[in-house]
Design a protein around this ligand. Structure first.
Ligand code: ADP
Length: 219
C-alpha cells in the first residue's frame, strides 16, 4: 500500500501517518521530520532550511525532492509507504509522480484530511504549548494556512483526476479518523490490486460524520 497524505497544518497528517504505518506495516516518511533533522544536525543545508521553516514558507522544491528518493527506495523493502508532507505544490506532485514511476512505486491513494481553519488553528496552538515548535506561533500558523490554500489545496484536483483521491472528515478524534481511513482502504483493496487507476472514481467521505450525527439525533 502506497499512500500520500494531504491536509492543512494541524489536520493530523503526522498522527494518521504513524497510525497507518503501524497498522499496515509500511514506512512513514515525513518531510517535516526529515527537514527538522537537518536543522538539528546544524549542517549548512540545515541553516537554510531553518530560515524557511521558521517563517512558515515552503523549503525550495529541489531540497525537498532530493530528500525523498532514498526513503522511498528503502520503503520498497516494507509493504510500501505513507508520505506525509509531500507534495505541497503541483511541481512537487509531478516530481513525486516521476520518482514513483522510475521506482515502480507511484501512490495508490491520496488521502485528503479535511478540517476547518478554527479547528486547525486551535490544534496548532495547543501543540505549540506542548512541543514548542518554532513555527507554531499565531503569525506563522496564519502564513502556513494561507500557503496551504494557495499552493497545496489546488493539487487535490490533480489526484481527483487521476482517480486516487479519498477525502475524509478530519474534524473528529484521531482514532475515529484513523478507523474511517482504514475501513475505506480495506474496501478499496481489491480495486487497488487489480483495477487500472483511470477506472476509479474519487471517494468523498467528508459528509459521513454529519450523516451519522444526523442519524443519531433522529433516534
Ligand atoms: P505542518 O503540516 O503542520 O506544517 P510539517 O512538519 O509537515 O508540518 O512541515 C513543517 C514545515 O516544513 C513547513 O511549514 C515547511 O516550511 C516545511 N516543509 C515540510 N514539507 C515540505 C515540502 N514538501 N515542501 C516544502 N517545505 C516543506
Amino acid at each position: 500500500m502506497r499512500l500520500l497524505l494531504i491536509g492543512a497544518p494541524g489536520a493530523g497528517k503526522g498522527t494518521q501517518a504513524e497510525l497507518l504505518a503501524e497498522r499496515l506495516g509500511i514506512t512513514h516518511i515525513s518531510s517535516g521530520d526529515l527537514l527538522r533533522q537537518h536543522v538539528r544536525d546544524s549542517t549548512t543545508l540545515g541553516q537554510t532550511i531553518r530560515s524557511y521553516v521558521d517563517q512558515g514558507d515552503l523549503v525550495p522544491d529541489g531540497v525537498v525532492m532530493d530528500m525523498l528518493r532514498k526513503p522511498v527506495v528503502a520503503a520498497s523493502e516494507t509493504g510500501g509507504y505513507v508520505l506525509d508532507g509531500i507534495p505541497r505544490n503541483i511541481e512537487q506532485a509531478r516530481a513525486a509522480y516521476k520518482i514513483g514511476l522510475e521506482l515502480g512505486m507511484t501512490a495508490d491513494v491520496a488521502l485528503h484530511l479535511e478540517a476547518d481553519d478554527a479547528e486547525l488553528t486551535r490544534r496548532l496552538l495547543a501543540r505549540a504549548a506542548l512541543e514548542h515548535r518554532s513555527d507554531d506561533t499565531a503569525e506563522v500558523i496564519a502564513q502556513r494556512l494561507a500557503l496551504y490554500y494557495d499552493v497545496t489545496a489546488p493539487i487535490l484536483a490533480w489526484y481527483r483526476d487521476r482517480g486516487i483521491l479519498v477525502s475524509v472528515d478530519a474534524m473528529r478524534s484521531a482514532p475515529e479518523v484513523g478507523r474511517e481511513i482504514l475501513a475505506a482502504l480495506e474496501a478499496m483493496r481489491p480495486f487497488l490490486e487489480d483495477g487500472p487507476v483511470r477506472e476509479r472514481l474519487p471517494v468523498d467521505l467528508t459528509s459521513l460524520g454529519e450523516a451519522f450525527g444526523a442519524a443519531s439525533t433522529a433516534e
